[in-house]
Design a protein around this ligand. Structure first.
Ligand code: DSN
Length: 429
């Protein structure tokens, strides 16, 4: 009898091993993922996963938190230093959870919000069917300039004055260029709106000083996940300068706990703390290389014959490269992404701003992120190799299994996690 259930355990353990082996042999370009260092892995599989620690360090509702408290307080110190903020709260367990807390802490049901529409790259949690809607917000969306691949500043300014929202939200999931925070934050302030910046995708670039600096540009609150360009374990964070009245800040803190979570995930919290230390040490070099790699991949893909979005703007200023593959196949990204997976190249299909919403399963775009491959030590020359692999599958029509073999051999040279205390910096070309 025990054998039957043991077999389930064995199967799961086996799938875990298979997954890890497979991933280390593929080129992962999912823009919202990353890989953690051995030190962070150690934190995540620590005994902190067995603890409860509701509340703030040293003021817990549970006993037995003396070590947890020390780690969390180090984390608060490191995050505030890294982002030059006044407060950091490591408790949100995801980016969406951080957004929920911000919406609950900053607004009342019935208030207006202006956000980026998902079809323009906004995140689902900003939408009426996501956390913003669940808070009861009346959600409006920024006007978008397809040519600039960005929020239309003039239209946005008019919209803020017309709607007088309680919160405006910058940031999103398809995010090659910085948003006009410094242009629009003063207008939002004029009408009494909070300025929220969802840095889920670009937190690691901000930490390394290589994207915009939202807190200096006028944002009140940064929400983010901690596992995309910020190369930590899955989780969330809220970072802010002193804004508004003491009671407004207290409301935000209350929204985090007990508003939208009870216990936070302490093992992940510890992993975020180690990642913050890694970013203080290596963040600038890491983020600089991420952006160089993204630009190099965009240029290489264009040279290989792909239609890369944003050519006249230098393609990208973040970790993301966006490619329009609609002319290669009627199903666009819905055709390309699974084919590339067969070749060991993992990325996702994505709606582009000019796509009709019905094309969600067969959108024009591919969204590519280079942060994980940067972390394993790839440099600009390696991006050219990746562009060639992609061309062989999507333009030359080569058998993906044949390409997969070459991807496998290429990937063997990149098996360590750099920009970490475990392995330091990668060797230069
Ligand atoms: N933010 C999404 C992504 O960009 O993949 C995940 O929620």
């Amino acid at each position: 009898m025990g054998e039957e259930y043991r077999a389930y355990r064995d199967r799961v353990l086996n799938f875990l091993e298979e997954h890890e082996r497979w991933r280390s042999n593929t080129i992962n370009l999912i823009a919202s993922e990353n890989i953690t260092s051995p030190s962070v892995n150690r934190a995540v599989r620590s005994g902190f996963m067995h603890k409860y620690a509701e509340g703030w360090p040293k003021q817990r509702y549970y006993q037995g938190c003396k070590y947890v408290d020390e780690v969390e307080l180090i984390g608060v110190e490191l995050f505030t230093r890294l982002f030059r903020s006044d407060f950091a709260d490591l408790r949100p367990i995801s980016g969406t959870n951080a957004n929920q807390a911000a919406f609950f802490g900053l607004t009342q049901a019935g208030d207006r919000a202006i956000v980026l529409h998902t079809s323009h790259g906004g995140h689902i949690s900003h939408m009426p069917f996501g956390a913003a809607g669940m808070r009861g917000l009346e959600v409006h969306t920024w006007p978008f300039d397809n040519d600039e691949f960005n929020i239309d500043v003039e239209g946005a300014e008019k919209l803020i004055r017309e709607l007088e929202p309680k919160v405006v939200v910058f940031g999103g999931s398809l995010f090659p260029f910085p948003h006009p925070v410094k242009e629009l934050a003063p207008v939002a302030k004029e009408v009494g709106a909070y300025v929220m910046y969802d840095a889920a995708h670009v937190l690691g670039l901000i930490a390394g000083g290589q994207f915009q600096d939202p807190l200096r540009e006028g944002a009140d609150v940064i929400t983010a996940s901690t596992h995309k360009t910020f190369p930590g374990p899955q989780g969330g964070v809220i970072i802010y300068k002193r804004f508004g009245e003491t009671e407004e800040i207290a409301r935000l803190q209350q929204a985090i706990f007990p508003g939208v979570l009870s216990n936070h995930h302490l093992h992940h919290m510890a992993g975020k703390v180690i990642t913050a230390a890694e970013m203080l040490e290596y963040g600038e070099k890491y983020a600089t290389q991420v952006v160089k790699n993204a630009k190099a991949l965009a240029e290489a893909l264009a040279e290989e014959g792909f239609k890369v979005v944003g050519e006249d703007k230098g393609y990208t200023e973040s970790h993301q490269v966006i490619v329009d593959v609609s002319e290669l196949h009627p199903a666009g990204g819905g055709w390309a992404a699974p084919l590339l997976e067969e070749a060991g190249i993992i990325l996702n299909k994505n709606l582009l701003p000019w796509d009709p919403l019905e094309k969600v399963n067969e959108p024009s775009g591919l969204r590519i992120g280079v942060q994980e491959m940067t972390r394993v030590g790839m440099l600009e020359g390696d991006m050219k190799e990746i562009a060639r692999f992609i061309r062989r599958v999507l333009i030359d029509g080569e058998d993906p299994k044949k390409v997969e073999r070459d991807v496998f051999y290429f990937r063997q040279n990149f098996q360590k996690v750099y920009y970490s205390f475990d392995y330091g910096l990668p060797m230069k070309e």
